[in-house]
Design a protein around this ligand. Structure first.
Ligand code: ATP
Length: 356
């Protein structure tokens, strides 16, 4: 009796320009003879038409039954499935590598050797999305209330809750320590500790106490505005950087800018029981239909997925082939100063795969 060792991957192509990058990425992976079966849960408008729901139970069961999900980017009705992958699956660590590939269009004079990973807490902070009217807020006791007006007195206006928990911080910071241990052994923690000692301060304190368990990892802390400046001035000095959700969302896009833009930036979201893979960029609606979206982010995101599926050799080959395309610089998409379309870029990666 033969055992099926194939991995099952759920693919959600996403909206706007996203399918234009996802489809050639899957087609390219298909040329690599990988033990992967692709399944396509219906979400968004097609699911609405067939099942009367943008995220029906059938699609959820397909995601549950898959080894992982490869997600495009969503701008609308496929969003429910993304919420499920994130909060439903408790994928708490959003890993966003920023590694410069020679030949990519960086704005820096010297981008060589940028190789850092931002680990963004993925479920808490302002993303608990608890907002409301200031007038309904129970009287809080803000620090410095004697010299500033109390928060309630600011009404009319609105507030948003920033939630940082000890358990939520611990799991993502532990994840970051373990990642740093497997890389160059340096972990940076950043947040606004000084202004927000109870919330961001808790995040830092959790890191400081966990440091005892990781004596082989060098830990440093920077206030987030200082970190933003250092990220631009000396990105090469960073290895793994962990931060709360909102800072991670913003600064990972900034890090992507340093290495050539959002088209270069992969991303994966990891929990204890599930991981899914989705580029850092959005749906690029402004270039939808042009088939010029840079698929590098999708290809490198796919490489992260292959690592997760224990297909590390294929992941390394894919990364090497993409790097060679940039090194040669003949077939690049418009965001990198070239004229190639998405499919032509992927064809060039396929050609380079023969050489690695
Ligand atoms: P979101 O809020 O979901 O992040 P957004 O519309 O703010 O979405 P993106 O969709 O990421 O942001 O697009 C920002 C800019 O970057 C757009 O001009 C878009 O065309 C460009 N962009 C994003 N991804 C790519 C890509 N893979 N290749 C080329 N350009 C891209």
């Amino acid at each position: 009796m033969s055992i099926d060792v194939r991995k099952r991957v759920a693919v959600i192509e996403g909206d706007d320009a996203s399918p234009e990058a996802v489809r050639p990425t899957i087609a390219l992976l298909d040329t690599m003879n990988l033990p992967i079966e692709w399944i396509y849960p219906l979400v968004g408008d097609p699911a609405m038409a067939q099942y009367g729901s943008p995220f029906p139970a059938e699609s959820r069961a397909q995601i549950d039954g898959a080894d992982t999900t490869f997600f495009g980017s969503t701008s609308g009705s496929s969003g429910a499935s993304l919420f499920y992958l994130r909060w439903g699956k408790q994928t708490f660590a959003n890993v966003r590598p920023a590694r410069y590939l020679t030949g990519a269009r960086s704005p820096l004079a010297d981008p060589a050797d940028i190789d850092l990973v931002i680990v963004r807490e993925n479920l808490e902070d302002l993303y608990v999305r608890a907002e409301g009217e200031l007038s309904t807020l129970a009287e809080p006791a803000p620090r410095g209330a004697t010299i500033r007006r109390s928060v309630k007195d600011l009404a009319p206006g609105r507030y948003a809750v920033k939630a940082i928990t000890e358990a939520g911080s611990e799991r993502v910071i532990r994840f970051a320590f373990e990642l740093a241990r497997r890389r160059r052994g340096c972990l940076t923690v950043t947040a606004k500790f000084n202004m927000l000692p109870l919330t961001d301060g808790l995040f830092r304190d959790v890191a400081l106490s966990l440091a005892q368990e990781f004596p082989d990892v060098t830990l440093e802390t920077f206030i987030v505005d200082d970190f933003a400046c250092r990220l631009v001035r000396e990105p090469q000095r960073f290895d793994v950087v962990v931060m709360p959700n909102l800072y991670g969302d913003i600064l990972s896009d900034a890090a992507a800018g340093l290495i050539g833009g959002l088209g270069m930036a992969p991303s994966g979201c990891y929990g204890n029981d599930y991981a899914y893979f989705e580029t850092a960029h959005g749906t690029a609606p402004d270039i939808a239909g042009t088939h010029t979206i840079n698929p590098t982010a999708n290809l490198l995101t796919a490489a992260m997925m292959l690592d997760h599926l224990d297909l590390g050799e294929a992941a390394s080959r894919l990364r090497a082939a993409v790097a060679r395309v940039y090194l040669e610089g003949r077939v690049l998409t418009p965001d990198q100063g070239g004229t190639a379309g998405t499919e032509a870029f992927c064809a060039e990666v396929a050609r380079q795969l023969e050489c690695v």
